[in-house]
Write a protein that binds this ligand. Structure first.
Ligand SMILES: C[S@@+](CC[C@H](N)C(=O)[O-])C[C@H]1O[C@@H](n2cnc3c(N)ncnc32)[C@H](O)[C@@H]1O
Length: 348
């Protein structure tokens, strides 16, 4: 299907696919056609002038902010919505594919579908049925995580789009980039997942840091993660922190507006901020606290996106933070809602 160009399925957070499409258009100079699979979220992209290999190279070198996940479309097959017709349509194509034919690989089948596709067929039943098909090849090990190959399926009412790729080619090795963490007992807030995802996405390891400042910390999800990583944490918020977090011996807590707190210069190597404020106000507040972050220190900051101005908000934030902070990466994480997460480093 993609002999002369690349056909792939792109996914963003709901409501941000147009930004993802615009980013792809900029990367590939405009020669791209889109078709919605799930409006505002999942789309088919046809690049006439780039192969899949070229697409992966460009997208991984200049990673888009809003494109969360992509996978190639090697083929599209008709089906009638039953598991039998799916297996029938894919069996030969999958076992003959070069990634599978030789055997000896760990393979993850990832299945997504539109709201109205095959109500009686669950993604897990599809995975199970295809795992059985694949294991006719010696040494193929069906897995969920840490695969060597991913078979991605996207099901609509009458079509199966399928593609096989390396996990590193998909921007995320989770189905559609939907990162799932297990909620822990007594977890303070879902916001904790956002910082956890940032740590993984930006390739950080918070255990390597010593002291963190958390601006807008309540109820304490981010603070609790940093305390678990062994850091000394200074949390600022006029609102109350969760009692479980408050009793931690490595916590210093200022129950105040962050603009009213005096801190020691160069005392933190990590600054995090998740305030859900208008970007301009948030940036002003952070700029006023940057004296406390050491040169070379890391900042992880969520940037609220003003309606319809996502790319503009990012451009303004990057400009405003220079020359004090250099943007390393901006990404709309799966756990972000109307916001992005920025990874910045303080200039020396
Ligand atoms: C989205 S919540 C933060 C959630 C937190 N990251 C967590 O994991 O639990 C935003 C917080 O910013 C705080 N905030 C708003 N304005 C502030 C200010 N000027 N100084 C400090 N905190 C502020 C709010 O009180 C609120 O608790």
């Amino acid at each position: 299907m993609s002999e002369n160009g690349a056909v792939f399925i792109g996914t963003s957070n709901h409501g941000f696919a147009q930004q993802a499409q615009e980013e792809i258009r900029r990367l590939f100079g405009g020669a791209v056609k889109y078709q919605w699979l799930v409006p505002g979220e999942v789309f088919l992209a046809r690049l006439e002038e780039a192969s899949w290999e070229e697409t992966v190279r460009v997208v991984t070198e200049s990673e888009p902010v809003f494109l969360r996940h992509l996978h190639p479309v090697n083929g599209q097959e008709a089906w009638n919505g039953s598991l039998e017709s799916l297996v029938e349509a894919l069996r030969e194509k999958l076992v003959r594919h070069s990634a599978i034919a030789a055997g000896g690989e760990r393979v993850a089948v990832q299945v997504r579908k539109t709201e109205h596709a095959a109500p009686g067929v669950s993604p897990s039943s599809v995975k199970h049925a295809l795992d059985e098909v694949l294991t006719v090849k010696p040494g193929i090990v069906p897995v969920v995580r840490e695969a060597e190959w991913i078979i991605s399926l996207f099901l609509t009412e009458d079509l199966i789009y399928w593609g096989i790729s390396r996990p590193s080619d998909n921007l995320s090795d989770w189905p559609g980039g939907a990162v799932r963490y297990r909620k822990e007992e007594g977890q303070v807030s879902r916001a904790k997942f956002k910082l956890l995802e940032a740590e993984q996405t930006f390739g950080l390891d918070f255990t390597q840091y010593r002291a963190a400042l958390d601006v807008g910390a309540a109820p304490g999800g981010w603070t609790s993660l940093l305390l678990e990583r062994g850091l000394d944490v200074t949390a600022i918020d006029p609102a109350k922190l969760d009692p479980g977090v408050l009793k931690h011996p490595k916590l210093t807590y200022y129950q105040k507006n962050a603009g009213d707190v005096k801190l020691k210069p160069d005392s933190f190597d990590l600054l995090v901020c998740d305030m859900s404020w208008s970007p301009r106000q948030m940036m002003k507040l952070i700029q006023g606290l940057l004296y406390s972050l050491k040169p070379g220190g890391t900042a992880i900051i969520t940037l609220k996106l003003m309606h319809g101005k996502a790319l503009q908000s990012l451009r303004e934030a990057t400009e405003d933070f220079e020359p004090q902070l250099s943007l390393q990466k901006a990404k709309q994480l799966f756990h972000n809602r109307e916001e992005l997460t920025l990874f910045l480093v303080k200039n020396g």
